[in-house]
Design a protein around this ligand. Sequence first.
Ligand code: AMP
Length: 189
Amino acid sequence: MLNVIIFLGSPGSGKGTQAAKLSSTFDYKHISIGDMLRDNVERKTDLGLKTSEFVDSGELVPDDLIIQVVGKFFEDFSSNKDDKVILDGFPRTEPQALALEKIINDLDITLTSVIFLNVQDDEVISRLSERGREDDSPELVLNRLNVYRDQTEPLLEYYKNKNILNEIDGNRLPELVFGEISELIGVEA
Ligand code: AMP
């Protein structure tokens, strides 16, 4: 049985940081869609060529492309029984959430937990201005926050209704957030 944890939260909420720490401390495979896309853009692969203009403008890559990539990952990976996966940055839209639900039902996968890292906008803006990734310029950050509000935030309600949403105050120091996440998923930090 493959166990999956989803990280939800705005850009700069610490999803990537926390997911990376969970995967290096415990036995989680960290799947960051953003990293995957940036890697493909860098290597100028077909996927990279198709997605770069969206990533560069802070827009979401079209659902069908992303769903295909994630679907393929799970098909290849789901035979690895007893593995644990963190999805960082997927789903980000309702069609993606529905597609994930289908994947979960079709393959032998358990959605263990959805962790929502709640961080205030001013904290996000200050964090991203220090990070300095190409899509972290002030205009793009505002655009990404709007995209998050419009397209991703509705998923909070979706998972709340399924009684699987866990909200964590992500404004605090990364170590405190990590301690709380570890406790939540039942591992010792
Ligand atoms: P992130 O590294 O999670 O901040 O994602 C960086 C960029 O990758 C986003 O601004 C989007 O352009 C793209 N991206 C990441 N995840 C998704 C997704 N699930 N659906 C569509 N686009 C995505």
